[in-house]
Design a protein around this ligand. Structure first.
Ligand code: F6R
Length: 610
C-alpha cells in the first residue's frame, strides 16, 4: 500500500502535492517523492524517511511547474532508500511514474530490459514501467501506457507524466484504488479522498481497467483493453476531514477490518504461479536441499503475532510434517531452547520492531539457527537482521489492535507451509491444487462475512455490560479463541478467557453461572461432537452461548442460543474466516462503550521495550 497524488492546473504543483501526500501518509511513510513538469523538462526529488525530510529537501529550491505527481511509499520491493523511492524515471528522464501495488512479472521484464542494455537505478518493481514507456513511446503517451498495461501483470494504480506531452497526466487503475478530483481549470489524482478534499468534493472513482487522461480542463475515461470511452458517475463527497482520513469509517480499526479482503489479495499477489499451480516465494534464499533439511521449527512472537504462530504450528505439522514449538518471545529468550543444525526459527512481527521478538531473533542467530521473519514492514530492524524475510504486504496498520496484520500473517503461514510441503514432497499435486483453490477463495469469503456485520453489532450491544466472557474451542478454534479474547480485552476492557473447550471441566467450569456469556467456535468437523458436549456442559450451568460454525453445520443451532455462520473452507483455513466475527464483536463492543478504540488505554502500537 502506497499513496499517489497528482495535480494538473494553473497553480504551482509542489505545495499541492506535498499537502496531499501528508494526508496519505497513513498509507505508507518510509519514503516520499515528487516530480514536477514545467515545459522545459521534469524534475524529480525523492527522499527516504517521512514527508518532512522531502519537504526540507525542496524548501530551499522549490520545483516550479503546474503539473506534477507525488508518492508516499510503503516498501514492498526493495528496502526504503532514496533510490527506491518514487517517482521512477526512464534513463532519459522524460518518462516519470508513480505506482501503488505490485507488478508480479517485473523480474522477467527487468531481465529482458537489462539484456537490451537498460541500466536500472533502483530495486523496485515499478521502475520497469518507466523503461517500458520509453521503449514503446511513439509520439502518443496514451498508446504507450496502453501497451505497457498489456505487458505488466499484477495489482496497480499508476500515474504517468511525460516531458514530450507536458499538458497531460495519464493514470490507470487495476486492483489498487485511484480517484480523480474535479476543479475549475485544475484536476487532481489521489489514492484516497483525504488527499484532495481541501480542493474539491467532486470525484470520479476509477474502476479496474479504467484509463484516464487528464488535462487542466478535461478528464477522458477509457477502457484500457477496448479503448472505448467509459462513463463513471461524478460523486459528491460529503465527509468531514476526519471521516475522510478513515475512509468514512468511524475508526481506523473498523477500516482495517474491512481492508482485510484487499490485504489478503495483496499478500497472495505474485506468490502463486498459476501456470504450474505452485507457491513461489522468490524472496526466500533458502535452497530446496536446505529446506528439506529443516527438522524442527521454533515460531517466536508476541501478542497477536504469537496467536498467528499457533496456527502456523498446525500448518507446518499438517502440511510439511515438521514438528513446531511456538513461544512467546519474552519467554523464549530465557528458556534455553535446544537448537540442532536442522532448526529453523520463524519470528513473526507486524511492526518488525518489537523488542522481545528482536531479542529472540538475535538469540536464535547466536545459537546458529537460520531465522526467517514474517513482517509487515520492509526495512524494519527484524527484516534487516533476519536471514530470510517474507513480507505480509497488508499495508500500514494504524489501530493499536491488530486485525489485518493477523489475517495476513495467517495467509503467510499457509503459503509458507505449502511451499515447504511442495519442496519436501509431503503433499501431492491434487492436494496442492485443492489447497490453492481454497486459498484463492478466502478474500471473497471474508468479504461475505463483513457484509453481515450488523448481526454482530447486535450481539456486541447485548454483551457490553458484562463483567466477563468466555471463548471456547478445540484445536485451531482454540488458537482463534485466544486472539478473539485478546482483542476483546484490549479495546473493550471486558475480562475474558479463551479456554480449550475440553479443559474447562478441570477447574474453570466453576466460573460459569446463570447468564455467563460464552462464545463457542466449532469449525472443525472432526471435533464437532466433542464441542457439542462441551457446549452442553456450560449450558447446563446457565451459560448463554453464541456458536460460530461453518454454514454447512445444520445441527449447532440446537445446542446454542444463537449462531453466526461463516462460509465453508478447508479445516486448516477456517481461522482466517472465524476470527472476523470475533474482531467485529470486539470492535462494536468497544465502540458501544465509547472507548478510544484506536488507542486503547495503557497500550502502544510498537512495543520497543522489553
Ligand atoms: C494486539 C496487538 C499486539 C501485537 C504485539 C506484537 O492487537 O497488536 O499484541 O501483536 O505487540 O507486535 P508486532 O507484531 O508488531 O511484533
Amino acid at each position: 500500500m502506497c499513496g499517489i497524488m497528482g495535480y494538473i492546473g494553473y497553480r504551482q504543483a509542489q505545495p499541492i502535492l506535498l499537502n496531499g501526500l501528508r494526508k496519505l501518509e497513513y498509507r505508507g511513510y518510509d519514503s516520499a517523492g515528487i516530480a514536477v513538469c514545467n515545459g522545459q523538462g521534469i524534475t524529480v526529488r525523492k527522499k527516504q524517511g517521512r514527508i518532512e525530510a522531502l519537504e526540507q529537501q525542496v524548501a530551499s529550491q522549490p520545483l516550479l511547474g503546474t503539473v506534477g505527481i507525488g508518492h508516499t511509499r510503503w516498501a514492498t520491493h526493495g528496502k526504503p532508500s532514496d533510490d527506491n523511492s518514487h517517482p521512477h524515471t526512464d534513463q532519459s528522464g522524460a518518462f516519470t511514474v508513480v505506482h501503488n501495488g505490485i507488478i508480479e512479472n517485473y523480474l522477467d521484464i527487468r531481465q529482458e530490459l537489462i539484456e537490451e542494455g537498460v541500466a536500472f537505478a533502483s530495486e523496485t518493481d515499478t521502475e520497469v514501467i518507466a523503461h517500458l514507456l520509453a521503449k514503446w513511446y511513439d509520439n502518443d503517451l496514451v498508446a504507450a501506457v496502453k501497451k505497457v498495461a498489456g505487458i505488466i501483470r499484477g495489482a496497480y494504480a499508476l500515474a504517468v507524466m511525460c516531458e514530450y506531452e507536458p499538458d497531460k497526466l495519464v493514470v490507470i487503475r487495476y486492483a489498487s484504488p485511484l480517484i480523480i478530483g474535479i476543479g475549475a481549470g485544475e484536476k487532481y489524482i489521489g489514492s484516497d479522498i483525504p488527499a484532495i478534499l481541501e480542493h474539491t468534493r467532486d470525484v470520479y472513482v476509477l474502476e479496474d481497467g479504467d484509463l484516464a487522461v487528464l488535462t487542466k480542463d478535461s478528464v477522458t475515461l477509457l477502457d484500457v483493453d477496448t479503448s472505448r470511452p467509459v462513463q463513471r458517475e461524478l460523486v459528491r463527497i460529503e465527509w468531514d476531514k476526519e471521516q475522510a482520513e478513515k475512509d468514512g469509517f468511524d475508526h481506523y480499526m473498523l477500516k482495517e477490518i474491512h481492508e482485510q479482503p484487499h490485504a489478503l489479495r495483496h499478500t497472495m499477489t505474485g506468490r502463486i504461479d498459476e501456470a504450474g499451480g505452485m507457491v513461489v516465494l522468490p524472496e526466500l534464499r533458502i535452497r530446496p536441499d536446505e529446506l528439506r533439511q529443516v527438522e524442527k521449527i521454533y515460531i517466536v512472537a508476541c501478542g497477536t503475532a504469537y496467536h498467528a504462530g499457533l496456527i502456523g504450528k498446525h500448518v507446518f505439522e499438517h502440511l510439511a510434517h515438521i514438528p513446531v514449538e511456538v513461544d512467546v518471545a519474552s519467554e523464549f529468550r530465557y528458556r534455553k531452547p535446544l537448537y540442532t543444525p536442522g532448526t529453523l526459527t520463524i519470528v513473526v512481527s507486524q511492526s518488525g520492531e518489537t523488542a522481545d521478538t528482536l531479542a529472540a531473533l538475535r538469540e536464535a542467530k547466536r545459537n546458529g539457527s537460520r531465522v526467517l521473519a514474517i513482517t509487515n514492514v520492509v526495512g524494519s530492524t527484524i527484516a534487516r537482521e533476519a536471514d530470510e524475510v517474507m513480507t505480509t504486504n497488508a499495508g500500514p496498520e494504524i489501530a493499536v489492535a491488530s486485525t489485518k496484520a493477523y489475517t495476513s500473517q495467517l495467509l503467510a503461514f499457509y503459503l509458507l507451509g505449502i511451499y515447504f510441503a511442495q519442496g519436501k514432497g509431503t503433499i501431492d499435486d491434487q492436494e496442492r491444487a485443492t489447497l490453492l483453490q481454497a486459498l484463492a477463495q478466502l478474500p471473497d469469503q471474508v468479504e461475505a462475512i463483513l457484509s453481515h456485520a450488523d448481526k454482530l453489532r447486535q450481539f456486541a450491544d447485548a454483551i457490553k455490560e458484562e463483567q466477563q466472557l468466555f471463548f471456547i474451542g478445540r484445536g485451531l478454534d482454540h488458537a482463534v479463541c485466544l486472539e478473539g479474547s485478546l482483542k476483546l480485552k484490549e479495546i473493550s476492557y471486558i475480562h475474558s478467557e479463551a479456554y480449550a473447550a475440553g479443559e474447562l471441566k478441570h477447574g474453570t467450569l466453576a466460573l460459569i453461572e446463570e447468564g455467563t456469556r460464552v462464545i463457542a467456535l466449532s469449525t472443525q468437523a472432526d471435533l464437532h461432537e466433542k464441542m457439542v458436549n462441551n457446549i452442553t456442559e456450560v449450558k447446563a450451568r446457565g451459560a448463554v452461548v453464541l456458536g460460530i460454525a461453518l454454514d454447512d453445520n445444520v445441527e449447532l443451532h440446537r445446542s446454542v442460543d444463537d449462531v453466526c455462520l461463516i462460509p465453508g473452507t478447508l479445516p486448516l483455513f477456517t481461522p482466517i474466516l472465524s476470527v472476523i466475527p470475533l474482531q467485529l464483536i470486539s470492535y462494536y463492543t468497544a465502540a458501544a462503550l465509547g472507548n478510544d478504540v484506536d488507542r486503547p488505554r495503557n497500550l502502544a502500537k510498537s512495543v520497543t521495550v522489553e
